[in-house]
Design a protein around this ligand. Structure first.
Ligand code: S3P
Length: 426
């Protein structure tokens, strides 16, 4: 149980945020497939990325942690070995789905499990296309859920053309990783662009990868050339809480340094700006193939409700709980369409937002199957809320309470998944 008191003053300061979770996972996985030692800096030592490290170690990869730096000794594309135990992906959908793609083509057996949340999340979306490539995979609940076993691949996988029913960077990445080992190129077609860190990093490792509209084509190879160093940008999904809090607390003025602003991730900046937030993007540069910048935010006196949906959703999917907090402080109604995917995140985030956020601001939040509606400007009260073991719910509830009349949250430790030092900074 953690009690957050109302913040009585504005936010001020210049600070950094932890490394990007998505990029940290990919840096470990791809570095494991090169043939040299890679030094990864600003790696996110959150529980999710540590799950990826422990799985890769069980697959025979040497990984050393030296302070903020991680050293990965690549075993080559064909150097993974059969794990002696079950791979536990913990709470991490990214670990599980990316590794399913990587392990489907291997000539050995792997079994995966995960925590209570991950065991409920849909995995058919990865198993179905991997089976089309010829992989042999079985899972609980008619191949939809963990535990999942990947049988040794008897034959080389087939390159396929696959139209994804949902925009998911995890599914796309799984297929691109499997495609490295296939007999012909694999093309993945997305309904809307999702984060493209896998594509960018595969290209940086020398893989042949082509993009045309929403189609991404990976060519099989037998070697990746790892860079000597990878510097992970700051995570815009972790910056989101401070972007929102500084926007709604009068008199705030903060600068967040070295934030990744890959355009497949910056939907939150577009929406906050449309709502009337004052966010400046300064010192823009490219670092390790990813765009980074400092984000300067000053408080906005008149935030207004907005409507959005469609293609922008994958560009801000993890930031919707934080955006919902901003919308509760805005004038007028905010309508967020096409967010059914929120129902299959670490928890059903649509239901969690409606049930838990309404405790802080009654009659503010409602939802249909795939739409979130927020009526801004209502009275806020102190409340006792449940995180449902979801890190992004915990952090959003914390900033909501801090900007309102305080909040007590039942399970604050779940922030360790993506932002272990969140409460220290708050
Ligand atoms: C991620 C992709 C997204 C996102 C998740 C991280 C990734 O999930 O919500 O937090 O690193 O590829 P989906 O692929 O399920 O949309």
């Amino acid at each position: 149980m953690k009690k957050i008191l109302p913040l009585k003053h504005e936010l001020r300061g210049v600070f950094e945020i932890p490394g990007d979770k998505s990029v940290s996972h990919r840096a470990i996985i791809l570095s494991s497939l090169g043939n040299s030692i890679v030094e990864i800096s600003n790696f996110l030592s959150g529980a999710d990325c540590l799950s990826t490290i422990s799985c890769m170690k069980l697959l025979g990869v040497e990984i050393e942690q030296a302070g903020e730096k991680i050293l990965v000794k690549g075993n080559g594309l064909n150097g993974l070995r059969e794990p002696e135990n079950i791979l536990d992906a913990g709470n991490s959908g990214t670990t599980l789905r990316l590794l399913m793609g990587l392990l489907a083509p291997q000539k050995f057996l792997t079994t995966f499990t995960g925590d209570n949340s991950l065991r409920r999340r849909p995995m058919g979306r990865v198993i179905t296309p991997l089976k089309k490539m010829g992989a042999a995979i079985v899972g609980r609940n008619r191949n939809k859920n963990l535990p999942i076993t990947i049988l040794p691949a008897e034959k080389i996988l087939r390159g396929i053309i696959y139209e994804m029913p949902v925009a998911s960077a995890q599914v796309k990445s799984a297929l691109l990783l499997a495609g490295l080992y296939a007999d012909a190129p694999t093309t993945v077609i997305e309904p809307a662009p999702s984060r493209d860190h896998t594509e960018k990093m595969l290209a940086a490792f020398g893989a042949r990868i082509e993009k045309s509209g929403n189609a991404i084509k990976i060519f099989p190879t037998d070697k990746l050339n790892a860079p000597e160093k990878i510097s992970v940008p700051g995570d815009i999904s972790s910056a989101a809480y401070w972007l929102v809090l500084a926007t709604i607390l009068d008199g705030s003025d903060i600068t967040i340094k070295n934030v990744g602003i890959n355009e497949t991730r910056t939907g939150i900046l577009d929406v906050l700006k449309n709502m009337g937030a004052k966010i400046g993007i300064i010192n823009e540069k490219i670092s390790g193939g990813e765009r980074i910048a400092d984000l300067k935010v000053v408080a906005s006196e008149n935030l207004r409700g907005v409507e959005f949906g469609g293609e922008i959703i994958p560009r801000l999917i993890d930031e919707i709980p934080a955006l919902a907090v901003a919308a509760a402080f805005a004038e007028g109604t905010t309508i967020i369409r096409d967010v059914a995917e929120l129902r299959v995140k670490e928890t059903d985030r649509l239901a969690a937002i409606v049930e838990e956020f309404n405790k802080i601001s009654p009659d503010t939040f409602s939802a249909t199957d795939d739409t979130l509606i927020i009526r801004g400007g209502r009275k806020k009260i102190f409340a006792e809320c449940k995180t449902r073991a979801d890190h992004r719910m915990a952090m959003s509830l914390a900033i909501f309470g801090a900007a309102a009349q305080g909040v007590s949250i039942d399970d604050a430790d779940c922030v360790n998944i993506s932002y272990p030092k969140f409460f220290d900074l708050l």
